[in-house]
Design a binder for this molecule. Structure first.
Ligand code: NAD
Length: 481
């Protein structure tokens, strides 16, 4: 493990402000933000009040008519300027993101670069008015108009990327926005807000940091029209229940328990590094990470050995150290949860092939851990671990493995690995998920819808489907004389 590069005695940074109605503003109260590589606070973040939420929503409502009437070309130009600003500030933003989130600096840079690319890609998608009927009696067309004010609530695993997607979709389709990041990782998002102050007209984008209660105020606020929420299933259910009070539209991007099904015709040595990366990048804290690996009995042992070898090679450490490949778990609560899952796995007879013992502090470090011989009903298989520990399970029969992969309330994504694409495709078409990848896992694009089946969510991000979830359909029907 590499050592921490955060000086423990450094004064807390406090140069963070909300963006409300085009102004950067402080709050009477603030909270500490912890660097997970040290376990120590390194910054103070303003904690927005309910009055500040009201002010942000009022500003967004004031800005909404003009922004909604702007052309797609005008709004596209602003999105392109947002992408350029993200790229221009990639380095300082990435460093801040690593400090608050823990991910290696290279992955923080990638997250910001990807946010810019996805934003530009989404702003190329055309929203057309379609003619449904055009005959002697009638002309009927179907068009789309913005909802008004969209509230965006994000989690702590990829704050910039998970803000930029819904932000772009809402803004490009003519809505104004109030964005709230997770209190675990609010800082890079507040800096994004500062950048956006110079890009969008006053009031169009508002960014406020706050805790879970602030999120709840957003979901019950009478003047917010939609909530785009990314986070856990449990919170997603609460968000939806609260939104029902004012019939807000919702997009919910929730947790996953993605299965990777590895058939008997693959070369275990060739797929192991790809599977390993898809399971452990960002220390497993990715909604669409591989969370269960089902390996055919013929290649099971060889794949376990190859995955364990990858895990032993992994360099764990402070994300600011250029040698680091895997950072810490983002917060103490999640670290303790993953530790409890590890203990349960051991108790249930799981065989630890690599990792499995955590280094002494400071920081929330947990080495990539590969486990075999676990019972299907243990926590590690049934729950979303959202951390660097992954089970490898054996199968022999294809119908059986499909049933096991589908036997979950989650339905975010899955993958099938095979030398025979047709065979893999036949399996992929039977998986109850929003995305079934073949010979890859974790690939998304601006024009491809992404989202969950079952309890992994409602609605889709990206693509025309994702954009239209920020709009209302409007039929204009003319009766000809
Ligand atoms: P979380 O649900 O605890 O918190 C997410 C956000 O919701 C935070 O900003 C939090 O302050 C806010 N919040 C908490 N209680 C709220 C309430 N009652 N009303 C409104 N807002 C509230 O999730 P987390 O622990 O930050 O993130 C991890 C989870 O997110 C994992 O389950 C992961 O799979 C999921 N996730 C899903 C996707 C996806 O695209 N499907 C992407 C990333 C993460």
């Amino acid at each position: 493990m590499t050592t921490s590069v955060e000086p423990m005695s450094a004064a807390l940074r406090a140069d963070f402000r909300h963006l409300i109605d085009g102004e950067l503003v402080a709050s009477p109260l603030s909270f500490e933000v912890i660097n997970p590589a040290t376990g120590a606070a390194f910054a103070r973040c303003p904690d927005a009040t309910r009055e500040q939420l009201d002010a942000a929503v009022a500003a967004a409502r004031r800005a909404a008519p003009a922004w909604g009437l702007a052309s797609f070309a005008e709004r596209r130009a602003c999105i392109q300027r947002m992408a350029a600003a993200l790229r221009a500030q990639q380095e300082p933003l990435a460093e801040l993101l690593t400090r608050e989130q823990g991910k290696p600096l290279g992955q923080a840079r990638d997250e910001i670069g990807r946010a810019a690319t996805q934003a530009e890609g989404m702003a190329q998608i055309e929203i057309r008015t379609d003619t449904l009927v055009d005959d002697a009696q009638r002309h009927i067309e179907l068009g789309w108009f913005p909802l008004g004010v969209v509230g965006i609530i994000t989690p702590w695993n990829a704050p910039i990327n998970l803000a930029a997607g819904p932000l772009t979709a809402a803004l490009y389709t003519g809505n104004c926005v109030v964005l709230k990041p997770s209190p675990f990782t609010p800082l890079a998002t507040l800096k994004l807000g500062e950048l956006l102050a110079g890009v969008f007209p006053r009031g169009v984008v508002n960014v406020l940091a706050g805790g879970d209660a602030f999120g709840e105020w957003m979901t019950t606020h009478p003047r917010i029209d939609k909530i785009s929420f990314t986070g856990s299933v449990a919170t997603g259910k609460r968000v939806m229940a609260n939104c029902a009070g004012t019939l807000k539209r919702v997009t919910l991007e929730l947790g996953g328990n993605d299965a990777a099904i590895v058939l008997d015709d693959v070369d275990p040595l060739a797929v192991a590094p790809k599977l390993f990366f898809a399971a452990f990048v960002n220390s497993g804290q990715v909604c669409m990470a591989v969370k269960r690996i089902y390996a055919h009995a013929k290649i099971h042992d060889a794949l376990c050995a190859a995955l364990a070898a990858e895990a032993r090679k992994a360099k764990l450490g402070d994300g600011l150290d250029p040698a680091t490949q895997f950072g810490p778990i983002q917060n103490r609560r999640q670290y303790e949860r993953v530790l409890a899952i590890l203990e349960d796995t051991k108790r249930r007879g799981g065989r630890i092939l690599a990792g499995g013992s955590v280094p002494a502090g400071p920081g929330y470090f947990f080495p990539p851990t590969i486990v075999s011989d676990v019972p299907e009903d243990c926590r590690l298989v049934q729950e979303e671990q959202f951390g660097p520990i992954v089970p490898v399970l054996k199968f022999t029969d294809v119908d059986d493995v499909i049933a096991r992969a589908n036997d979950t309330r989650y339905g975010l994504a899955a993958s099938v690995w095979s030398a025979d694409p047709a065979r893999a495709r036949a399996i992929a078409q039977r998986l109850e998920v929003g995305t079934a990848w073949i010979n890859q896992h974790r690939a998304t694009a601006a024009n491809v819808p992404f989202g969950g089946a079952k309890e992994s969510g409602i609605g889709r991000h990206y693509s025309e489907i994702g954009l239209k979830s920020n709009m209302e359909a409007r039929v204009v029907s003319l009766l000809r004389a």
